[in-house]
Design a protein around this ligand. Sequence first.
Ligand SMILES: Cc1ncc(COP(=O)(O)O)c(C=O)c1O
Length: 363
Amino acid sequence: MTLTPKPGVLDIAPYVGGRATVSGVKNPIKLSSNESALGPSPKALEAYEHAAKSVSIYPEGSAQMLRDAIGETYGLDPSRIVSGNGSNELLTLLANAYLRPGDEVLFSEHAFLVYRLAALSNSGVPVAAPEKDLRVDVDVMLAHVSSKTRIVYLANPNNPTGTYLTGDEVRRLHAGLGPDTLLVIDAAYAEYVRRNDYENGMELAARFANVVMTRTFSKVYALAGLRVGWAYCPAPVADVLHRVRDPFNVSVPAQYAAAAALRDHDHVQRSVEHNERWRAWITDAVRAAGLVVADSVGNFLLIRFPHRPGKTAADADRFLCGCGLILRGVANYGLPDCLRLTVGSEAANRRVAAALAEFMARP
Ligand SMILES: Cc1ncc(COP(=O)(O)O)c(C=O)c1O
């Protein structure tokens, strides 16, 4: 007898985050993990430093103070909010709690990788529905629903494509699911979206017993290193998550910094405006260099490179790294011709634009 993990676990390729270093390059610019260009609110950092005095005591396990702050900000009932060690933890906990071996987990072709990991680590069966033009297609998603579909994960907007579904489309997806299928709307980039037809999923989660919306402090709030996320859930789902989460899953400094970040509306506004301005600028610049970019509503762009030798995504990645610019290869998302670029500071964006123009212009 040898010690073996549950079926599915060894099919998991460990998640690899965006690179942060390039050998031989001092202080490269990291644009590989969709982190915020402006960094966190100074008020969040102040709260973090203040909380450092309390690190010898355990956190309040349910993160009541943070859940109250979230409830106050969004007009939500805190008892239906569950905080997590990043939204990642919550996405995984939902699978841990609701999947039985052999249950299917549905997501779209180029969806965030964690959904597949959550399925496989629970002996579930990942089902990827093809996308059309890098967009989730509701009809194709619904055509892949079966009696075994237990969880449908929808990243809205999606990473790494940057595309989104409208509120109407999400409602149509939900309407096609049975009451024993959970729709998880992962709205990690919701704050960046400025489209009238976009909805973050909060209302669906408020109304239906089988919809959860997840959010994160890692993106617009720039607290990725602290690991804080939250889910807005039907009351019975919140109850379940509180049973299966780690007893102290959000640290004291994380709770205080997140609550302060949430209340610094001006900083969030500045971050969104910076993103809006520079996402448009860098999209134009990358297109002017002769590359294809999908319209993105997030804080990142998906850039498609030609198949021509010397001009491929892998060639571009090498060239950019040599210039001290780290983007993200997305071959593991089924997009081997693409690199994902996080919208950076003005200086970083200008350097990327110049480097890509040089890369495309050279013989
Ligand atoms: C779509 C999406 N969901 C969730 C996450 C996880 O965020 P975190 O665990 O940092 O809250 C990410 C991170 O990149 C993401 O892109």
